[in-house]
Design a protein around this ligand. Structure first.
Ligand SMILES: [Zn+2]
Length: 486
């Protein structure tokens, strides 16, 4: 139950209202008015609410909390009007059979009240000044920027930098399935600063999930997974915009769920969902990162329309219900670190897709075996007889169509106007010759040079320079060339 009151709060009266014979725990939080804020002394506060909106949102928060923490009975009372130092501004009580449930539910109500309740406070200072303060936004919780400490170690990577971080902040990622794969994937994406994560899962947390689904706790058994995961991720990355859909993906809702996202992660555990999600992503042209785990082994695929084979190329002429009888991990034995590794790889592939770091990601299947620590990468070409891909790919390397534009002989390069800057790709221990030398791993530097003007790459064999020219051109840097070797 949620209430607004202009009267002072009496904790004893409110505690008595939560007395229940089956409750072994009463967890209480009292938010009190303090005599300072952001270094300034405060004499008293005024709280003002949009009554109707605040009551509706407060009721929604309490109902959501009781679903998220089954067995919790919540009473939350928020003050309005003028409050003196030490007065109780918000009182939250949770009665429950066990203390874990009480603490977790109380914490959830506090976080959501701060984030969602339309209540404003006016701070009054000793000098007579007063100012409105938005209760929901505190300095430490504001959205991190590229210069923020939160992501400093990541922004320091030349492959990411401030521009890459801005791409991540602007990105919207859909995760279908918040289980063994979805939990680590969601945590790493949230930590990386993805702007919006959408979680889709109609399941509830079971005791047998907890050994591998590390977002959840014993206190949340029975709670909706999508909702619990969203709450946990908000604690991990306060700036994250996370949307939870308590539903399972099916043929009717797949396209609507996929639409509007930049990358989709398939973290489901059955072939039926895998095919439906793949086809929706294919139809809408949204890249899909798919993983599956069986015992100690896993497979990882990135699907992107027009590149490499699709899921029907991998599983030709097989129906999902037949496949689910073979490699399904929904109820099978699972080595927990295997889903941890594969889910983490999914997050990595999603981040690379958003950053444009791995041009060949959608042309291979990666097989991981944790029993012998083997990673095997095999090509995944489109099949000539695939009903979805239609036209088969030739055996030509990636970006073959662009080769003619990227690879120029020395005469054509010399004739370019303006003249290109010639850079030799060489490691420090190699002898570059007369031209300027840059490590082929310093892609960020090459990008920066390409942004300044035409860039011609050379290297000893011609292989690395051609590959990097293709990579940079695929990013849209069309004035990067490589010297063709004869
Ligand atoms: Zn195909």
């Amino acid at each position: 139950m949620f209430e607004l009151t202009a009267q002072s709060i009496d904790p004893a009266v409110l505690s008595a209202r939560l007395a229940r014979p089956d409750a072994g725990a009463l967890v209480v939080f009292e938010g009190r008015v303090r005599n300072h804020h952001l270094g300034r002394p405060v004499t008293h506060l005024g709280y003002e609410a949009f009554d109707e909106l605040a009551r509706a949102e407060g009721d929604a928060i309490v109902a959501e909390t009781e679903r998220l923490h089954p067995g919790a009975h919540v009473l939350c009372v928020h003050r309005t009007g003028t409050l003196g130092i030490g007065d109780i501004a918000v009182w939250i009580g949770v009665a429950s059979a066990h203390r874990d449930t009480g603490f977790a539910a109380c914490r959830h109500v506090i976080e959501e009240i701060k984030r969602r309740l339309p209540i404003w406070k006016k701070e009054h200072h000793p000098d007579g000044a007063a100012e409105w303060v938005n209760c929901t936004v505190e300095p430490a919780r504001s959205r991190p920027t590229a210069a923020d400490d939160f992501h400093a170690r990541q922004v320091a990577l030349p492959e990411i930098g401030a521009a890459g971080q801005a791409r991540l902040v602007a990105a919207r990622v859909l995760i279908v399935g918040v289980g063994g794969l979805g939990c680590p994937a969601a945590l790493y994406l949230a930590g990386a600063g993805i702007g919006r994560l959408t979680l889709v899962d109609g399941g509830r947390i079971e005791r047998s999930n907890l050994h591998r689904q590390l977002l959840f706790t014993v206190a949340e058994i029975g709670a909706p997974k999508a909702l619990a995961a969203a709450a946990r991720l908000r604690l991990h990355a306060p700036a994250l915009d996370v949307v939870a859909h308590e539903t399972n993906l099916d043929a009717r809702n797949a396209r609507a769920l996929v639409a509007g996202h930049d990358v989709v992660l398939d973290c489901t555990d059955n072939f039926a969902s895998r095919f439906i999600l793949h086809d929706a992503c294919h139809a809408l042209g949204v890249p899909l990162v798919s993983a599956a785990v069986h015992r100690f082994e896993g497979t990882l695929d990135v699907f992107r329309r027009g590149e490499g084979g699709c899921v029907h190329c991998l599983w030709p002429a097989r129906r999902a219900d037949e496949l689910d009888g073979t490699g399904n991990c929904a109820a099978g034995p699972v080595f927990a670190p295997a889903v941890g590794v594969l889910g983490t790889l999914q997050a990595s592939e999603a981040l690379k897709l958003l950053l444009g770091l791995d041009a060949d990601a959608a042309r291979r299947t990666t097989l991981v075996n944790l029993l012998d620590n083997s990673f095997l990468t095999i090509a995944r070409p489109a099949r000539a007889d695939c009903p979805v891909c239609g036209q088969p790919e030739t055996a030509a390397p990636a970006f073959a169509a662009d080769d003619a534009a990227a690879l120029l002989d020395s005469e054509t390069l010399a004739a370019l106007d303006p003249a290109p800057r010639v850079v030799c790709l060489a490691e420090p221990n190699e002898t570059p010759g007369a031209t300027e030398a840059i490590s082929p791993h310093d892609v960020a530097r090459l990008r920066a040079l390409a942004a300044e003007g035409p860039l011609a790459l050379t290297c000893r064999s011609g292989v690395r320079s051609a590959a990097l020219a293709r990579l940079l051109r695929a990013e849209g840097l069309r004035n990067v060339y490589a010297l063709a070797r004869r």
